[in-house]
Design a protein around this ligand. Structure first.
Ligand code: CDP
Length: 250
């Protein structure tokens, strides 16, 4: 069951009903953890939006792309071909992947090394889509993403968060922008990143491709500021009945 759903962790109660053969379960106080899923193509602005949204509504922020980037860096450090799914799966069986949230997003360390400084290296940009298409990589990281939501409210951004990782969350957004706007944004960040190639690879892979979830609210951010997009998401969350206490001045 998804973390954002009502969780009923049953415990058998001894007593007359149980003795009579009737299965009786105590229902723990339901814990409801909310997940806001934000998906979209490369450089659509979703990281800035997701981070700011999380800050304003007091949720934890998780950048799932950073997790795929960390694993890509680890694989490249071990000189394993990003296209060799079997070798990648073998390496991951013996790698210790630890994840945590540090207030400004998820941090991953692999075998005790934190690769944060390398996540935007050119070689990681070039290979991350290929590594992300390896099923074992996705299995391991999706389990960690779901674990993050087991005890807290989160805003998570990525490619398949609304479609695969948390398909039952009612709070799904897809942020897009015109291709030339996205290319300009990435250049302004000082990065060499072949985003069209990444989008093509991410959209056409067999497992968990980049898709617009059926029930996602689509926002074209081409002519919007970050605040504009965040405002639209907050309005939508309120419309859907989310109880939000804004923390604008913190
Ligand atoms: O560069 P940008 O911030 O747009 O991408 P990212 O969120 O850092 O994601 C980097 C890459 O990780 C993507 O191009 C995908 O190949 C992969 N990814 C994925 O497969 N699934 C996710 N939920 C998130 C990222």
């Amino acid at each position: 069951m998804q973390a954002h759903c009502l969780r009923r962790e049953g415990r058998k109660i001894p007593g007359k009903f149980a003795e009579a053969g009737v299965p009786v379960f105590a229902v723990n106080v339901p814990a409801v953890h909310r997940v806001v899923a934000i998906d979209g193509p490369a450089a659509s602005g979703k990281s800035s939006v997701a981070r700011e949204l999380a800050k304003q509504i007091g949720f934890d922020y998780v950048n799932s792309g950073a997790m795929y980037r960390a694993v890509t860096w680890h694989i490249l450090q071990h000189a394993i071909s990003p296209g060799d799914g079997d070798a990648i799966a073998r390496l991951l069986e013996t790698s210790r992947i630890d994840g945590d949230l540090d207030g400004d997003g998820s941090r991953i360390s692999i075998d005790g090394v934190d690769p944060t400084a390398h996540l935007r290296d050119d070689r990681v940009n070039d290979e991350v889509s290929l590594v992300s298409s390896v099923p074992r990589v996705r299995e391991i990281l999706v389990a960690k993403m779901r674990a993050y939501a087991s005890n807290r409210d989160i805003v998570m951004e990525g490619r398949d968060i609304g479609s695969v990782v948390f398909p039952k969350t009612p709070y799904k957004f897809y942020i897009d922008a015109l291709p030339d706007v996205r290319v300009r944004r990435r250049i302004a960040q000082g990065q060499r990143d072949k985003i069209a190639a990444r989008d093509q690879a991410d959209s056409s892979r067999r497992g968990s491709p980049l898709v617009i979830a059926e029930d996602a609210h689509v926002i074209d951010s081409s002519n919007l500021t970050i605040e504009g997009v965040v405002g639209e998401i907050i309005d939508r969350l309120k419309m859907k009945g989310m109880n939000i206490q804004l923390r604008i001045n913190e």
